[in-house]
Write a protein that binds this ligand. Structure first.
Ligand code: BT5
Length: 246
């Protein structure tokens, strides 16, 4: 489908893709060997050292439901990891992480491109830890893992990027043609439904809740200990150590 554009260094592949959106084609993938200003949600930083994957996938036919872009991205990372390393069991942690065990392997940042008040496209930013060392991972302020630590092998960026691009195109097409099928597959790969977790809403205090379901528009449906049912379209989930995530 699209073309993969490789760069040595960018501030952020997302920033580049948003800036150059009009010149890019549907399905293009922007990849940088390193980022000098890698971003997470809410202005958080993404550790972007050379040897890891920093990519932005360009969607020019945005889904009716923007959360589908995050689904396409996380499913593609899971599929690429499983294709190359079948012994690993990556799963999706709402809203935008891929984890192995309870450790973050990948973060996703999808950003809309608006022109004249209309959503023209979505940039799917994907960061995957390919070769971060144990020492580098331990400097991150939440449990994190890389494919090299998980497998004991050095991970090749080009191989991983090739696989990722194949799955991104595949799931993008699936999402556009069979949206409910994409949602079904995504839910199946998702780690938190049915689990009791600590939920951190965008504003407010952390609390313990059981995850009942995730709706097709990406909203988390959670039951608080007092029985109240709450819906969240963003926030963070902290897994409890007692959860078996397999
Ligand atoms: C994310 O945000 O997880 C989205 C990360 C998206 C990064 C990609 S790289 C390509 C593209 N270009 C960009 O500039 N961004 C995208 P969030 O859920 O807010 O998580 C951020 C948090 O993850 C940080 O506050 C740290 O706790 C943690 N973190 C930072 N770097 C990490 C890393 N390399 N591995 C694991 N966790 C990390």
């Amino acid at each position: 489908m699209g073309t993969t554009h490789f760069f040595e260094t960018l501030d952020s592949t997302n920033t580049y893709a948003v800036r150059h959106f009009d010149e890019l084609s549907d399905g293009d993938l922007i990849v940088a060997k390193e980022q000098t200003a890698g971003r997470g949600r809410l202005n958080r930083k993404w550790i972007s050292k050379e040897g890891n994957l920093f990519a932005s996938y360009v969607i020019k036919e945005p889904f009716d439901e923007p959360f589908y872009a995050t689904m396409v991205s996380s499913l593609s990372v899971v599929a690429a990891v499983k294709k190359l390393y079948p012994q690993l069991e990556p799963v999706i942690k709402w809203p935008n992480d891929v984890i192995i065990g309870d450790k973050k392997l990948c973060g996703i940042l999808c950003e809309g491109v608006i022109r004249e008040g209309k959503l023209k496209g979505i940039i799917c930013g994907i960061g995957v830890n390919l070769n971060l060392t144990e020492e580098e991972l331990s400097a991150i302020d939440q449990p994190a893992i890389s494919l090299s630590v998980a497998t004991g092998e050095k991970i090749n960026l080009k191989n991983f990027t090739e696989q990722l691009a194949i799955y991104l195109n595949w799931y993008y097409i699936t999402g556009n043609n069979h949206a409910s099928e994409l949602y079904r597959i995504w839910k199946d790969r998702n780690a938190i439904t049915g689990k009791i977790v600590n939920l951190l809403p965008p504003s407010g205090e952390v609390f313990s809740a059981k995850i009942l379901d995730i709706s097709e528009d990406g909203r988390l449906i959670a039951e608080r200990e007092d029985g109240e049912i709450l819906y969240f379209s963003c926030g963070d989930v902290k897994l409890k150590p007692s959860n078996n995530l397999k």
